[in-house]
Design a protein around this ligand. Structure first.
Ligand code: BEZ
Ligand code: FE
Length: 295
């Protein structure tokens, strides 16, 4: 008489059932549910692609290198999630909103706390480099009423496609970042510079993967925003430049139609003087945000 049961033994056909069957005593039901789904999908993918041992080792080495690339500042696994479209999918699932409310997009790795609070109309560009830009609009609720005391946290890359935190000692600290608060009219406006497209960090395994897949690592030019107000869904989003060459091929799939603004070139001397610019032109971007009440 033996204790061994063929039902508990691994076979190619029943591989996923065998593995998930061992998880029945998991204390955390949600963990068990998620691991069952991941196990079943992973086994299905392996059965579909039938990797050789060498190919599977390559995958293991890729994940090992991805881990080794991570430090306090660099998060290569988030980057992997970004280029696989998973960051955007998780975000979409967790930020379903009523029609008309502003849509979310990826946060990205370049947000930092502690940006200066500015008066409305201030210039967040601290090094006078780049083409002048004025960004403004209103923050409204879903009924179209202006929202007061909305915190608007904005950050953007410079005219060469770099954030201040990527160019320490070259750009001033907190260059092209600021926090604004709306008044009773819900209006906001500030000065910056026209952002440029840039490459996501591509000097690691994720960059190599993109290259091997024939993909570029660029994000179309954009400005980042986090809008928050008590009682309303926080919105983490971008405004995109429709004329950017990468607008239809964002490496991290962050572009949504509703987030594309017009960047209008203004050459009218009266308008230039009105905003106090010395340049021969500036760019004007008008964009309204809509916040939905949270449940
Ligand atoms: C960004 O827009 O800052 C960003 C988003 C995802 C990956 C890298 C950068
Ligand atoms: Fe960005």
């Amino acid at each position: 008489m033996t204790n061994a049961s063929p039902n508990a033994q691994f076979t190619e056909e029943r591989s996923a059932d065998i593995v998930v069957g061992q998880n029945v005593n998991a204390g955390d039901a949600r963990l068990r549910e998620v691991m069952e789904s991941i196990t079943r999908h992973l086994h299905a993918a392996i059965k579909e692609t039938e990797p050789t041992q060498e190919e599977w080792m390559k995958a293991i080495q890729f994940l090992t290198a991805t881990g080794h690339k991570c430090d306090d500042w660099r998060q290569e696994f988030i980057l992997l999630s970004d280029v696989l479209g998973v960051s955007m999918l998780v975000d979409a699932i967790n930020s379903r909103r009523p029609g008309g409310a502003s849509e979310n997009t990826v946060l990205g790795p370049f947000h930092i706390d502690g940006a200066p609070e500015y008066e409305m109309g201030s210039n967040i560009c601290l090094d006078a480099k780049g083409e002048n830009m004025v960004v403004g609009g209103r923050v409204l609720d879903t009924d179209g009423h202006p929202l007061e005391d909305v915190k608007i946290d904005v950050w953007q890359a410079n005219d060469e496609g770099f954030y201040d935190v990527q160019q320490k000692g070259i750009q001033p600290d907190f260059n092209l970042r600021g926090i604004f608060r709306t008044g009773a009219d819900g209006a906001y406006w500030f000065k910056g510079v026209r952002p440029k497209h840039y490459s996501i960090p591509a000097d690691g395994p994720v960059g190599q993967l993109l290259k091997a897949l024939g993909r570029h690592p660029f994000r179309p030019a954009h400005l980042h925003f986090i809008l928050s107000k008590d009682g309303y869904d926080e919105v983490t989003t971008h405004i995109f430049d429709p004329d950017d060459i990468y607008i239809n091929s964002d490496a991290v799939f962050g572009v949504k139609e509703s987030l594309i603004a017009d960047f209008v070139r203004i050459e009218d001397p009266d308008m230039i003087a009105k905003f106090g610019f010395q340049s021969a032109h500036f760019w004007k971007v008008e964009f309204d945000f809509v916040l939905a009440r949270n449940a």
